[in-house]
Design a binder for this molecule. Structure first.
Ligand SMILES: *Cc1c(COP(=O)(O)O)cnc(C)c1O
Length: 377
Protein backbone atom coordinates (compact mmCIF):
# COMPACT_ATOMS: atom_id res chain seq x y z
CA UNK A 1 0.00 0.00 0.00
CA UNK A 2 1.24 3.49 -0.85
CA UNK A 3 2.02 5.60 2.17
CA UNK A 4 0.97 8.24 3.02
CA UNK A 5 -2.52 7.86 1.54
CA UNK A 6 -2.33 11.20 -0.24
CA UNK A 7 -4.96 12.33 -2.78
CA UNK A 8 -4.48 10.46 -6.06
CA UNK A 9 -3.79 13.60 -8.09
CA UNK A 10 -1.04 14.69 -5.68
CA UNK A 11 0.87 11.40 -5.60
CA UNK A 12 4.54 11.77 -6.53
CA UNK A 13 4.38 15.55 -6.97
CA UNK A 14 7.22 17.79 -5.81
CA UNK A 15 6.50 20.92 -3.75
CA UNK A 16 6.89 24.25 -5.54
CA UNK A 17 10.03 26.22 -4.89
CA UNK A 18 12.96 27.97 -6.46
CA UNK A 19 16.28 26.57 -5.23
CA UNK A 20 17.34 28.54 -2.11
CA UNK A 21 21.09 28.29 -2.71
CA UNK A 22 23.61 30.23 -0.67
CA UNK A 23 25.43 32.22 -3.37
CA UNK A 24 26.79 35.79 -3.26
CA UNK A 25 24.46 37.25 -5.91
CA UNK A 26 20.86 36.04 -5.69
CA UNK A 27 18.78 37.22 -8.61
CA UNK A 28 16.27 34.39 -8.81
CA UNK A 29 13.08 35.16 -6.86
CA UNK A 30 12.28 38.78 -7.76
CA UNK A 31 12.82 40.01 -4.22
CA UNK A 32 13.67 43.61 -3.54
CA UNK A 33 17.46 43.71 -2.95
CA UNK A 34 17.11 46.52 -0.40
CA UNK A 35 15.94 45.59 3.10
CA UNK A 36 14.03 47.89 5.46
CA UNK A 37 16.04 50.56 7.29
CA UNK A 38 16.94 50.29 10.97
CA UNK A 39 14.30 52.94 11.78
CA UNK A 40 11.63 50.91 9.99
CA UNK A 41 12.78 47.70 11.71
CA UNK A 42 12.58 49.49 15.09
CA UNK A 43 9.05 50.64 14.34
CA UNK A 44 8.01 47.12 13.34
CA UNK A 45 9.61 45.75 16.51
CA UNK A 46 7.75 48.29 18.68
CA UNK A 47 4.44 47.51 16.96
CA UNK A 48 4.97 43.78 17.38
CA UNK A 49 5.86 44.28 21.06
CA UNK A 50 2.61 46.16 21.57
CA UNK A 51 0.69 43.35 19.86
CA UNK A 52 2.54 40.77 21.96
CA UNK A 53 0.99 42.14 25.15
CA UNK A 54 -2.45 40.96 23.99
CA UNK A 55 -1.48 37.70 22.30
CA UNK A 56 -3.80 35.84 24.70
CA UNK A 57 -6.63 37.21 22.50
CA UNK A 58 -7.43 36.24 18.93
CA UNK A 59 -6.56 38.95 16.41
CA UNK A 60 -9.07 41.21 14.63
CA UNK A 61 -10.64 38.72 12.24
CA UNK A 62 -11.57 41.47 9.82
CA UNK A 63 -8.19 43.26 10.10
CA UNK A 64 -10.05 46.57 9.90
CA UNK A 65 -7.14 48.91 10.62
CA UNK A 66 -4.91 47.17 8.10
CA UNK A 67 -7.59 47.23 5.40
CA UNK A 68 -8.03 50.96 5.93
CA UNK A 69 -4.28 51.54 5.58
CA UNK A 70 -4.10 49.39 2.44
CA UNK A 71 -7.11 51.20 0.95
CA UNK A 72 -5.40 54.53 1.55
CA UNK A 73 -2.25 53.22 -0.12
CA UNK A 74 -4.16 51.91 -3.17
CA UNK A 75 -6.11 55.15 -3.50
CA UNK A 76 -2.94 56.74 -4.82
CA UNK A 77 -3.36 54.68 -8.00
CA UNK A 78 -6.89 55.75 -8.88
CA UNK A 79 -8.86 58.98 -9.05
CA UNK A 80 -11.89 57.02 -7.76
CA UNK A 81 -10.28 56.04 -4.45
CA UNK A 82 -10.51 52.65 -2.74
CA UNK A 83 -12.55 52.05 0.44
CA UNK A 84 -11.62 49.61 3.27
CA UNK A 85 -14.58 47.35 2.49
CA UNK A 86 -13.13 46.87 -1.02
CA UNK A 87 -9.90 45.47 0.45
CA UNK A 88 -9.07 42.01 1.76
CA UNK A 89 -5.67 40.79 3.00
CA UNK A 90 -4.06 37.42 3.73
CA UNK A 91 -0.67 35.78 4.24
CA UNK A 92 0.78 36.69 0.85
CA UNK A 93 -1.14 37.25 -2.37
CA UNK A 94 -0.73 33.51 -2.95
CA UNK A 95 -3.14 32.95 -0.06
CA UNK A 96 -5.47 35.63 -1.41
CA UNK A 97 -5.65 33.80 -4.75
CA UNK A 98 -6.15 30.43 -3.09
CA UNK A 99 -9.04 31.94 -1.11
CA UNK A 100 -10.50 33.30 -4.35
CA UNK A 101 -10.45 29.82 -5.84
CA UNK A 102 -11.89 28.32 -2.66
CA UNK A 103 -14.82 30.73 -2.87
CA UNK A 104 -15.27 31.00 -6.63
CA UNK A 105 -13.68 27.84 -8.07
CA UNK A 106 -14.14 24.25 -6.95
CA UNK A 107 -15.45 21.02 -8.47
CA UNK A 108 -17.35 21.54 -11.72
CA UNK A 109 -15.85 25.01 -12.15
CA UNK A 110 -12.97 26.21 -14.30
CA UNK A 111 -10.06 28.61 -13.78
CA UNK A 112 -7.92 29.77 -16.68
CA UNK A 113 -4.86 31.76 -17.62
CA UNK A 114 -2.64 32.29 -20.64
CA UNK A 115 0.84 30.74 -20.79
CA UNK A 116 3.65 31.39 -20.29
CA UNK A 117 2.62 32.62 -16.88
CA UNK A 118 2.98 32.15 -13.12
CA UNK A 119 3.51 28.49 -12.30
CA UNK A 120 1.51 28.65 -9.03
CA UNK A 121 -1.87 29.21 -10.70
CA UNK A 122 -2.42 25.60 -11.78
CA UNK A 123 -1.48 24.54 -8.24
CA UNK A 124 -4.25 26.65 -6.65
CA UNK A 125 -6.65 25.11 -9.15
CA UNK A 126 -5.49 21.58 -8.36
CA UNK A 127 -5.65 22.17 -4.60
CA UNK A 128 -9.24 23.40 -4.83
CA UNK A 129 -10.33 20.71 -7.35
CA UNK A 130 -10.98 23.41 -9.93
CA UNK A 131 -10.59 22.44 -13.61
CA UNK A 132 -7.54 24.18 -15.08
CA UNK A 133 -7.54 25.50 -18.65
CA UNK A 134 -4.62 27.34 -20.17
CA UNK A 135 -4.65 29.45 -23.33
CA UNK A 136 -1.50 30.78 -24.98
CA UNK A 137 -0.02 34.23 -25.22
CA UNK A 138 1.17 35.63 -28.56
CA UNK A 139 4.77 35.23 -29.74
CA UNK A 140 5.73 38.55 -28.07
CA UNK A 141 4.01 37.44 -24.81
CA UNK A 142 1.14 39.92 -25.20
CA UNK A 143 -2.45 38.70 -25.13
CA UNK A 144 -4.09 38.09 -28.48
CA UNK A 145 -7.32 39.82 -27.52
CA UNK A 146 -9.66 38.12 -29.99
CA UNK A 147 -8.31 34.68 -29.12
CA UNK A 148 -8.42 35.42 -25.38
CA UNK A 149 -12.02 36.65 -25.55
CA UNK A 150 -13.07 33.61 -27.58
CA UNK A 151 -11.33 31.30 -25.11
CA UNK A 152 -13.15 32.89 -22.17
CA UNK A 153 -16.51 32.72 -23.96
CA UNK A 154 -15.89 29.07 -24.86
CA UNK A 155 -14.53 27.82 -21.51
CA UNK A 156 -16.80 29.99 -19.33
CA UNK A 157 -14.27 30.10 -16.47
CA UNK A 158 -15.32 31.09 -12.95
CA UNK A 159 -11.92 32.72 -12.44
CA UNK A 160 -9.48 34.17 -15.00
CA UNK A 161 -6.00 34.78 -13.58
CA UNK A 162 -4.02 37.46 -15.40
CA UNK A 163 -0.75 38.73 -13.97
CA UNK A 164 0.10 42.27 -15.05
CA UNK A 165 3.03 42.64 -15.34
CA UNK A 166 3.18 38.96 -16.21
CA UNK A 167 5.66 36.62 -14.53
CA UNK A 168 8.03 35.43 -16.02
CA UNK A 169 7.77 37.65 -19.11
CA UNK A 170 7.37 41.14 -17.54
CA UNK A 171 4.52 42.02 -19.92
CA UNK A 172 1.86 44.49 -18.68
CA UNK A 173 -1.75 44.26 -19.87
CA UNK A 174 -3.33 47.34 -21.43
CA UNK A 175 -6.60 48.48 -19.75
CA UNK A 176 -8.50 47.59 -22.96
CA UNK A 177 -7.50 43.95 -22.51
CA UNK A 178 -8.68 43.89 -18.90
CA UNK A 179 -11.98 45.53 -19.87
CA UNK A 180 -12.56 43.17 -22.78
CA UNK A 181 -12.01 40.08 -20.61
CA UNK A 182 -14.17 41.47 -17.78
CA UNK A 183 -17.01 41.88 -20.32
CA UNK A 184 -16.42 38.42 -21.76
CA UNK A 185 -16.48 36.88 -18.25
CA UNK A 186 -19.76 38.67 -17.51
CA UNK A 187 -21.42 37.37 -20.70
CA UNK A 188 -22.47 33.95 -19.33
CA UNK A 189 -24.23 32.67 -16.21
CA UNK A 190 -23.27 32.99 -13.42
CA UNK A 191 -20.24 34.80 -14.80
CA UNK A 192 -16.58 34.75 -13.81
CA UNK A 193 -14.10 36.92 -11.95
CA UNK A 194 -11.13 38.46 -13.73
CA UNK A 195 -8.22 38.56 -11.30
CA UNK A 196 -5.42 40.92 -12.35
CA UNK A 197 -2.38 39.92 -10.30
CA UNK A 198 -0.36 43.11 -9.88
CA UNK A 199 2.37 41.62 -7.71
CA UNK A 200 4.83 43.77 -9.68
CA UNK A 201 2.45 46.69 -10.29
CA UNK A 202 4.65 49.31 -8.67
CA UNK A 203 7.46 48.58 -11.14
CA UNK A 204 5.43 49.34 -14.27
CA UNK A 205 6.88 51.90 -16.68
CA UNK A 206 5.49 55.41 -16.56
CA UNK A 207 2.28 55.78 -18.53
CA UNK A 208 1.20 52.19 -17.84
CA UNK A 209 -1.95 52.41 -15.66
CA UNK A 210 -2.97 50.06 -12.84
CA UNK A 211 -6.13 47.99 -13.22
CA UNK A 212 -7.21 49.52 -9.88
CA UNK A 213 -8.54 52.42 -11.97
CA UNK A 214 -11.04 50.08 -13.64
CA UNK A 215 -12.66 48.81 -10.43
CA UNK A 216 -15.68 51.16 -10.60
CA UNK A 217 -16.32 50.07 -14.21
CA UNK A 218 -16.21 46.27 -13.84
CA UNK A 219 -17.88 44.60 -10.89
CA UNK A 220 -16.22 41.24 -11.62
CA UNK A 221 -12.69 42.69 -11.56
CA UNK A 222 -10.31 41.79 -8.73
CA UNK A 223 -6.86 43.36 -8.45
CA UNK A 224 -4.32 41.63 -6.21
CA UNK A 225 -1.16 43.21 -4.80
CA UNK A 226 1.58 42.17 -2.41
CA UNK A 227 4.10 43.67 -0.03
CA UNK A 228 6.60 41.01 -1.17
CA UNK A 229 8.18 42.78 -4.14
CA UNK A 230 8.21 46.58 -4.44
CA UNK A 231 7.53 46.91 -0.69
CA UNK A 232 10.68 45.00 0.24
CA UNK A 233 8.76 42.78 2.67
CA UNK A 234 8.66 39.27 1.20
CA UNK A 235 9.39 37.84 4.64
CA UNK A 236 6.31 39.51 6.13
CA UNK A 237 3.85 37.46 4.05
CA UNK A 238 1.22 40.07 3.33
CA UNK A 239 -0.84 40.15 0.15
CA UNK A 240 -4.17 41.83 -0.53
CA UNK A 241 -6.86 42.49 -3.09
CA UNK A 242 -9.18 45.29 -4.10
CA UNK A 243 -12.60 44.38 -5.46
CA UNK A 244 -16.32 44.87 -5.02
CA UNK A 245 -17.19 44.55 -1.26
CA UNK A 246 -19.48 41.59 -2.11
CA UNK A 247 -16.39 39.69 -3.31
CA UNK A 248 -14.58 40.41 -0.01
CA UNK A 249 -17.66 39.17 1.85
CA UNK A 250 -17.65 35.93 -0.14
CA UNK A 251 -14.03 35.30 0.83
CA UNK A 252 -14.90 35.73 4.51
CA UNK A 253 -16.94 32.53 4.20
CA UNK A 254 -13.90 30.40 3.27
CA UNK A 255 -11.02 32.04 5.13
CA UNK A 256 -9.63 30.17 8.12
CA UNK A 257 -10.68 31.68 11.45
CA UNK A 258 -8.26 34.48 12.41
CA UNK A 259 -6.11 33.74 9.35
CA UNK A 260 -4.02 36.90 9.73
CA UNK A 261 -2.07 36.89 13.00
CA UNK A 262 -1.94 39.92 15.30
CA UNK A 263 1.83 39.95 14.77
CA UNK A 264 1.44 40.10 10.99
CA UNK A 265 -1.20 42.81 11.19
CA UNK A 266 0.92 44.94 13.52
CA UNK A 267 4.07 44.49 11.45
CA UNK A 268 2.27 45.24 8.19
CA UNK A 269 0.68 48.40 9.59
CA UNK A 270 4.08 49.61 10.82
CA UNK A 271 5.68 48.79 7.45
CA UNK A 272 2.91 50.71 5.65
CA UNK A 273 3.72 53.80 7.72
CA UNK A 274 7.16 53.55 6.09
CA UNK A 275 5.78 53.15 2.59
CA UNK A 276 7.69 56.13 1.15
CA UNK A 277 10.98 54.70 2.41
CA UNK A 278 10.25 51.09 1.44
CA UNK A 279 9.09 52.13 -2.00
CA UNK A 280 11.86 54.69 -2.31
CA UNK A 281 14.16 52.42 -4.24
CA UNK A 282 11.55 51.39 -6.82
CA UNK A 283 12.56 54.15 -9.25
CA UNK A 284 16.18 53.11 -8.92
CA UNK A 285 15.27 49.49 -9.63
CA UNK A 286 13.14 50.49 -12.63
CA UNK A 287 16.11 52.42 -14.08
CA UNK A 288 18.39 49.45 -13.38
CA UNK A 289 15.84 47.21 -15.14
CA UNK A 290 15.75 49.40 -18.24
CA UNK A 291 19.55 49.41 -18.27
CA UNK A 292 19.62 45.63 -18.02
CA UNK A 293 17.20 45.27 -20.96
CA UNK A 294 19.38 47.58 -23.07
CA UNK A 295 22.59 45.82 -22.10
CA UNK A 296 21.27 42.35 -22.90
CA UNK A 297 20.01 43.59 -26.28
CA UNK A 298 23.46 45.05 -26.98
CA UNK A 299 24.85 41.57 -26.42
CA UNK A 300 22.70 40.38 -29.33
CA UNK A 301 20.15 38.62 -27.13
CA UNK A 302 16.38 38.65 -27.44
CA UNK A 303 14.79 40.42 -24.47
CA UNK A 304 11.11 40.76 -23.56
CA UNK A 305 9.97 44.31 -22.73
CA UNK A 306 9.62 44.45 -18.94
CA UNK A 307 7.32 46.39 -16.61
CA UNK A 308 8.51 44.33 -13.63
CA UNK A 309 11.66 43.96 -11.51
CA UNK A 310 12.98 41.13 -13.64
CA UNK A 311 13.92 40.53 -17.25
CA UNK A 312 13.30 37.49 -19.46
CA UNK A 313 16.00 36.96 -22.05
CA UNK A 314 17.32 34.34 -24.45
CA UNK A 315 17.22 32.38 -26.45
CA UNK A 316 19.77 29.68 -25.75
CA UNK A 317 20.01 26.22 -27.28
CA UNK A 318 21.10 25.04 -23.82
CA UNK A 319 19.81 27.48 -21.23
CA UNK A 320 20.81 25.19 -18.40
CA UNK A 321 24.47 25.55 -19.38
CA UNK A 322 24.17 29.34 -19.22
CA UNK A 323 22.37 29.15 -15.86
CA UNK A 324 25.06 26.79 -14.54
CA UNK A 325 27.87 28.98 -15.91
CA UNK A 326 26.43 31.96 -14.03
CA UNK A 327 26.00 29.91 -10.86
CA UNK A 328 29.64 28.78 -11.11
CA UNK A 329 30.50 32.49 -11.03
CA UNK A 330 28.38 33.13 -7.94
CA UNK A 331 25.29 34.50 -9.71
CA UNK A 332 21.97 32.70 -9.25
CA UNK A 333 19.20 33.46 -11.75
CA UNK A 334 16.08 31.46 -12.65
CA UNK A 335 15.62 28.78 -15.25
CA UNK A 336 11.97 29.47 -16.01
CA UNK A 337 9.68 30.39 -18.88
CA UNK A 338 9.53 28.98 -22.40
CA UNK A 339 12.35 26.78 -23.64
CA UNK A 340 15.60 28.63 -24.19
CA UNK A 341 14.77 31.64 -21.99
CA UNK A 342 16.17 32.70 -18.61
CA UNK A 343 14.93 35.23 -16.06
CA UNK A 344 17.09 37.58 -14.02
CA UNK A 345 15.71 39.61 -11.09
CA UNK A 346 16.92 43.18 -10.76
CA UNK A 347 19.35 43.61 -7.88
CA UNK A 348 21.54 46.44 -6.63
CA UNK A 349 23.88 48.22 -9.05
CA UNK A 350 26.76 46.08 -7.75
CA UNK A 351 24.79 42.87 -8.19
CA UNK A 352 23.86 43.84 -11.75
CA UNK A 353 27.54 44.55 -12.50
CA UNK A 354 28.38 41.07 -11.21
CA UNK A 355 25.63 39.60 -13.40
CA UNK A 356 26.87 41.41 -16.53
CA UNK A 357 30.47 40.41 -15.84
CA UNK A 358 29.48 36.78 -15.36
CA UNK A 359 27.23 36.84 -18.45
CA UNK A 360 30.07 38.23 -20.56
CA UNK A 361 32.36 35.41 -19.45
CA UNK A 362 29.73 32.73 -19.89
CA UNK A 363 28.86 33.90 -23.38
CA UNK A 364 32.54 34.02 -24.38
CA UNK A 365 33.40 30.60 -23.08
CA UNK A 366 30.51 28.19 -22.79
CA UNK A 367 28.22 29.91 -25.24
CA UNK A 368 30.65 30.28 -28.10
CA UNK A 369 31.75 26.68 -27.77
CA UNK A 370 28.59 24.70 -27.41
CA UNK A 371 25.44 26.69 -27.10
CA UNK A 372 24.72 27.81 -30.63
CA UNK A 373 22.97 30.98 -29.56
CA UNK A 374 19.98 31.41 -31.83
CA UNK A 375 20.03 35.16 -31.31
CA UNK A 376 23.29 35.40 -33.18
CA UNK A 377 22.54 32.70 -35.72
C1 LIG B 1 5.85 36.98 -6.41
C2 LIG B 1 4.49 36.85 -7.01
C3 LIG B 1 3.37 36.95 -6.21
C4 LIG B 1 3.49 37.30 -4.76
O1 LIG B 1 3.30 36.28 -3.90
P1 LIG B 1 3.22 36.56 -2.34
O2 LIG B 1 2.48 35.37 -1.87
O3 LIG B 1 2.45 37.82 -2.14
O4 LIG B 1 4.61 36.66 -1.84
C5 LIG B 1 2.12 36.85 -6.79
N1 LIG B 1 1.99 36.68 -8.13
C6 LIG B 1 3.05 36.58 -8.93
C7 LIG B 1 2.86 36.43 -10.39
C8 LIG B 1 4.34 36.64 -8.39
O5 LIG B 1 5.40 36.51 -9.20
Amino acid sequence: MDFPPIREELRGLEPYGAPQLDVPVQLNTNENPYGPSAACADDIAAAVREAALTLNRYPDREHVALRAALAAYLSRDTPHGVTPDQVWAANGSNEVMLQLLQAFGGPGRTAMSFAPTYSMYPEYARDTSTTWVQGRRAEDFSLDLDAAREAVERERPSVVLLPSPNNPTGTALPPEAVGLLCKAAASYEPGGLVVVDEAYGEFRRSGVPSAVELLPTYRNLVVTRTMSKAFAAAGLRLGYLAADPAICDAIRVVRLPYHLSAVTQAAALAALRHAPELLGRVDELRAERDGCVDWLREQGLTVADSDANFVLFGTFADRHAVWQGLLDRGVLIREVGPDGWLRVSIGTADEMMAFKQAMTEVMQTVAARTLGMEAQA
